[in-house]
Design a protein around this ligand. Sequence first.
Ligand code: SF4
Ligand code: SF4
Length: 222
Amino acid sequence: MKITKQTPREKVIAVAAECRKCGHCCSFGGCFVLEDETERLAQKLNISRNEFKEKYLDENRLFNKIVHKTKVVKKEEELPFGNCVFLSANDKTCSLHEVKPLHCRIGTCNEHGNDTIEWFFLNHVVDPDDPVSVREWAVRLKTKATIPGGNPEDLVEDAEKLKKILDYSITGFEKEYDDLKDLDEWKNEFDEAVNTALENAMDECMNDKRHNKKNGRKNKKN
Ligand code: SF4
Ligand code: SF4
């Protein structure tokens, strides 16, 4: 069976189901945890979602999306990898096994391993509506082939739009520029209002001074 971006989730899980649970892959780093999985995992540990995130997850940016990854416990500090925090060091079992994240359920060391991870990225991380995400994915594909349905021209079917995304004519930051423009306009309005208020205050102050001077003269005459 060839996995494509469109392969249903249950079929991808089935392809990876023959895992022997040796724990080998869990000794080389943590797994991705989707936002909507955090509640279920926190419940399993009888803690709040926030506590779960703080205690067990690290935040990463991947294809312009913030994604969480389980923390790792390093055997030696200088190593770039280590055991997933949920892997038991004694018997190599996963303490979240019954509820483990989708990323672990579709991870496999059989011949589909590469494709299932591509499927995960394409369906849960890469955002075809975000030009930055598409661009970062396209850069990655320069050194790594993906599964059918996962090439930039599959993600953005409008060829002209894709060309503009890839040559930065569409940056993906247009909204931020607009927000900045709004902020600039707001700042100008604010400066104008402050200046008017200052001028009014100065006028009032000058009027008061003139009035007091006049009254002072009157009082002297009297
Ligand atoms: S996917 Fe493979 S390496 Fe990972 S735990 Fe299962 S059998 Fe072991
Ligand atoms: S959550 Fe469990 S299955 Fe997933 S990487 Fe950690 S130990 Fe392995």
